[in-house]
Design a protein around this ligand. Sequence first.
Ligand SMILES: NC(=O)C1=CN([C@@H]2O[C@H](COP(=O)(O)OP(=O)(O)OC[C@H]3O[C@@H](n4cnc5c(N)ncnc54)[C@H](OP(=O)(O)O)[C@@H]3O)[C@@H](O)[C@H]2O)C=CC1
Ligand SMILES: CC[C@](O)(C(C)=O)C(=O)O
Ligand SMILES: [Mg+2]
Ligand SMILES: [Mg+2]
Length: 341
Amino acid sequence: MKGEINMAKVFYDQDVNWEAMEGKKVAIIGYGSQGHAHALNLRDSGIDVTIGLYKGSKSAEKARKAGLTVQTVAEAVAGADITMVLIPDEKQADVYKNEIRDNLRPGSALAFAHGFNIHFKQIIPPDDVDVFMVAPKGPGHIVRRQFVEGSGVPDVFAVEQDASGQAFDIALAYARGIGGTRAGVIQTTFQEETETDLFGEQAVLCGGICQLITNGFETLCEAGYQPEIAYFETFHEMKMIVDLMYEGGMAKMRYSISDTAEYGDYTAGPRVISDASKQAMKDVLHDIQDGTFAKDWLLENKAAGRAHFLAMRRQHAEHPIEEVGAKLRKMMSWLNEEKPE
Ligand SMILES: NC(=O)C1=CN([C@@H]2O[C@H](COP(=O)(O)OP(=O)(O)OC[C@H]3O[C@@H](n4cnc5c(N)ncnc54)[C@H](OP(=O)(O)O)[C@@H]3O)[C@@H](O)[C@H]2O)C=CC1
Ligand SMILES: CC[C@](O)(C(C)=O)C(=O)O
Ligand SMILES: [Mg+2]
Ligand SMILES: [Mg+2]
């Protein structure tokens, strides 16, 4: 890749108009990965938070235990200045239609942590509300953990509709409330966030990395090496290598590894992740951009009753790499310690 890179403006704590959030009531719909993190971080930032869940929800007890008020979705939305929708993407359109839409107060804000339902037009909000997104670029449990530790996960934010004339300030202040502006927050659009987030998780962060590890593990096991050694070599050490890259770029990782490893990195890397893989990435991106992925995923949840998804989940969970890993991780006492919620 050649050429000049135009750097984005990055917003930090000092760039935020916190008054935009002060006195606002926030309804967090869902108390899962992102829901618990947004709710607890906002609460710890001094914001009045209510959780919206369905009757009989398993998460309600957890939220109450954390000292939060839990209401039905309809009640929480009706009392809120900001409604943040943090239930699974594939459920959002139905819940919006049945419980959110008619309870949204004119002048209030409807917010998301991912652009999927707005970008793919599964949810079409009324004109008299703000519509914004604050999307943490990290898993919800890390959003909470880093906030408690005093750091934060970067966010991207976008304003789709600005009925109040204040949506930009509110979105940025919300990002501060969950700890995002400690690390840096960048403005985007619903389209850019949706397409890049789906691409990142499919091609690199989840799909790409899991398949790379699995192929490496299988290659060593099929060649007759011990599975435990294959696990350490292709899976366990991944975190240490990625930690170094996270701290100081690929250069810091390459500084720490041996010259032998570095030489193999440059020569073997492009053989394994080749031009063919880059073409496959472009195909994946194309399916995201033209809506093919969204259509397939929404259909999977409706007509197919998630049969294919659940079968893939089971098949991956039963792979020998998970069995070997579970056995080895059991001996690592620090992994079994309770992490603060
Ligand atoms: N996971 C992540 O780290 C990230 C997610 N996002 C986005 O954040 C959003 C939320 O994702 P995520 O946190 O993974 O979601 P989760 O799968 O963790 O959400 C589960 C929560 O939603 C509740 N829930 C499920 N159905 C309903 C319903 N019909 N009515 C009310 N509550 C319901 C569940 O209740 P119960 O458990 O009781 O059934 C649970 O509290 C998505 O838009 C996602 O793309 C963005 C960045 C990262
Ligand atoms: C990488 C997966 C993710 O996009 C995330 C944690 O950011 C998600 O949708 O969960
Ligand atoms: Mg993401
Ligand atoms: Mg995502």
